[in-house]
Every structure is written in C-alpha cells, then in structure tokens.
Design a binder for this molecule. Structure first.
Ligand SMILES: NC(=O)c1ccc[n+]([C@@H]2O[C@H](COP(=O)([O-])OP(=O)(O)OC[C@H]3O[C@@H](n4cnc5c(N)ncnc54)[C@H](O)[C@@H]3O)[C@@H](O)[C@H]2O)c1
Length: 354
C-alpha cells in the first residue's frame, strides 16, 4: 500500500506496542506506520473479519498472536509488557453489517472491557481506542440539509442530553469510551478515544459504502443501486490520514481525551458516486434508489478544531486522490467470484463467508 512516508520515529522508536485487530483494514495500515516509525509491534486478532493477507508485507517484522481477546488469558498474553495498546478489535462493518448484527455490536462492550482490564493489569501506560463518529447523538444528524459539524463536546458524560448514540454499535463505542475513562480515573492509565469518521481506502471490505459503490460500478450494475435517496451526506477520510491521526494521538496525548478523526466536508452519496463514475469513465443509464435499505443518519461530518489545536492534524489526501488509489487497488483485488457474491458481501465480511 502506498502509505504516506511521514513517520513518528522520535515517538515510537523501540517502543513496544500492541495493535488489537491489527489484521483489519485500519489495523494493518496502522501496523505499517508504527513499524515505519521504529516500534516493536505485536498484533492480536481472531481473524473474524481481518485477513492475514493484510499483514503479508510485514509478517516477518511483527509478532502475530491469533486468538479471541474476549478470552482473559489471551488478552493477558497479548498485553504483557506492552507500553501502548492500540485497541481496534471489534465486531464492526458498514451500515449493512451493523444494522443486521446488533448482538455482535453490543458484545463489543465485553471485548473492550477485557482489553482495557488486561492492559491496566499489564501496566500499559496508554490505550488508544478506535471509537467512532457513531457515538454522536443522532438528533444532530437528522437533516441532510443541515451541514452541522460534530464537535467532541456534542457527546459527553457530564451534561444531560449529550448521549443518544447511533444504534447498538454506536452505544457500545460510547460505553467503550466510558469504560476507558473509568480505567483512566481508577488506574491512571492514559486513554485516548479516537472518534473515527467514515474511513476508506485499500483493504476495506464491501460492507462499507465507498467500497460497495466502487464494486457496484466495476460490476457495471445498471440501473445503479444506491441505498436510500443518495442525498445523505458523509465525510470520507483516506486510511493513511486516519491511522496517522491515531498514531499521532497515541504519541502526543496523555490523560483522557476524546478526539475526532474525520474531515469537515459533507459529500452526498450522489456526489460520491459521480466521482467514482468519472474515475472509471463509465456512467449508468439509470439509478435504483433503494429506500428500504439501512442508510444511517442523514448527515455527518467532523469539526476539527480540537485535533488541529492539540496535534496539528488535518487530512492530507483529498477525496479524488483517495478514490483513485482505492479504485486502482480494488480493481486488482476484486476477482470475478468476489463480484458475483456482491449482494451477500454488502452485509457480510470475509470471515463470515467461509
Ligand atoms: N472503518 C471505519 O470507517 C471505522 C469507523 C469508525 C470506527 N472504526 C473502528 O476501527 C476499528 C477497525 O475497523 P476496520 O474498519 O479497520 O476493520 P474491522 O472492523 O473489520 O476490524 C476489526 C478487527 O478486529 C478483529 N476482531 C474482532 N473481534 C475480535 C476479537 N474478539 N478478538 C480478536 N480480534 C477481533 C477482526 O478480525 C478485525 O481484524 C474497529 O474498532 C472499528 O469499530 C472504523
């Protein structure tokens, strides 16, 4: 993968870090960046959705532990002697997955607690948690014409009315943040919750909108199916920017923080598909707007003043460039068999397809 060459060598050289869920889309990109920055990286993953192939390029440079982090012995083994734990393991997927797997999503509360507890017991100094924009109140994201930018204080544990998360997945991530704050309060372990907004890029799966839409376009589906009216907005952050923000937050922040990792650009899904079609030099004759499909909130983008002030982070890769890279990768990744299973793959991840 063409990861940006910025490294954080002064912060990570010789540091022992665990990346839970490191065989995932974001996890594997983070592993590459941390290795590039000189860290000693261990990955713990049960491969329920992650793929060993994602770690192929770095397999000689990491310690890989396969197991379920909800198992206490495995969690203790994985966190032993680690200074910083990047906790990305989760039951997670795009809207099609989280809407049809509420039980798996709530199970993340168990997984998060186990990992935080093991990290604290092992004496880890810091946990960086892959939280989500889904922690934000859906009431702030209910109107596609309202281009509200979500700021960290919009979801918090101090003020009444600041918790109304997005479905089981969002509530579980919010409770993950609360658990992490509890470990900080009681065990003084630093806890940084990165509220990741829709990331996209190489190695993401088709349950996520960007990859799903690229796949449908490469499969030349016409009429072109779009979930919902296509007027719902999202901000799209290229994978290298997301993991750089996580690594930077892990290096530079202490105490307990919630921090947005997204862009402040609202794009409708219709705008996104137009960009994809342009890059493929193909346009469908007609559209099939599927109003019965899950679409999530009507509008979502990130207010970035906190991360700009604290870390000087802003996204580097524009949507056009990121899409171009993602499309080039997907063309090589998507076999005809994979494309023929597209309908199933919009709802299920690799690990569930056997
Ligand atoms: N991709 C995004 O846009 C996005 C947005 C917000 C938050 N996040 C969060 O970032 C993290 C990574 O997401 P992703 O999109 O890269 O891929 P993903 O959701 O597929 O990654 C999760 C990883 O955790 C592993 N895993 C799941 N349960 C496990 C368990 N019990 N024990 C050990 N390993 C387990 C999976 O095999 C996989 O490798 C997740 O926590 C996700 O919730 C991602």
């Amino acid at each position: 993968m063409n990861l940006r060459k910025k490294s954080l060598a002064d912060d990570y050289r010789g540091m022992k870090v665990l990346v839970s869920g490191g065989a995932s889309f974001l996890g594997s990109a983070l592993v590459e960046l941390l290795l590039h920055s000189g860290a000693e990286v261990t990955v713990a993953d049960n491969l329920s959705s992650g793929l060993l192939a994602n770690l192929e390029a770095v397999k000689e440079d990491i310690t890989f532990l396969q197991g379920d982090l909800r198992d206490r012995d495995f969690s203790m083994r994985a966190t032993l002697d680690q200074q910083t734990v990047f906790h990305l393991a989760a039951a997670h997927g795009g809207r099609g997955y989280i809407d049809t797997h509420p039980v798996e999503c709530t199970n993340n509360m168990l997984l998060d607690h186990m990992v935080f507890d093991a990290a604290a017991a092992a004496g880890a100094e810091k946990v960086v948690f892959a939280s989500s924009a889904c922690v934000y109140p859906t009431t702030l994201q209910a109107d596609e014409r309202d281009r509200h930018l979500l700021r960290e204080s919009d979801a918090n544990f101090e003020e009444p009315g600041k918790a109304f998360a997005d479905g089981e997945y969002g509530w579980a991530k919010l409770m993950g943040e609360l658990q992490l704050r509890a470990f900080h309060r009681q065990h003084l372990m630093d806890g940084i919750a990165c509220r990741i907004f829709t990331a996209y890029g190489e190695r993401e799966n088709e349950t996520h909108a960007v990859i799903a839409l690229i796949a449908k376009a490469i499969a030349r589906l016409d009429p072109f199916p779009i979930w919902g009216s296509g007027m719902q907005t999202r901000n799209f952050t290229y994978v290298a920017d997301t993991v750089y923000g996580m690594a930077l937050a892990g290096a530079r922040l202490a105490g307990f923080h919630t921090i947005n990792l997204g862009t402040d650009e609202h794009h409708t899904i219709n705008e996104l598909v137009a960009l994809i079609f342009d890059r493929l030099e193909w346009h469908p004759r007609d559209f099939d707007y599927q109003l019965d499909k899950p679409v999530g909130v009507a509008s979502r983008a990130s207010e970035n003043s906190k991360i700009e002030q604290l870390l000087g982070w802003s996204p580097d890769t524009g949507l056009r460039e990121g899409l171009q890279r993602t499309i080039e990768w997907y063309k090589t990744f998507a076999t005809p068999d994979r494309l023929s299973e597209l309908k199933t793959r919009l709802l299920k991840r690799d690990g569930e397809l056997g």
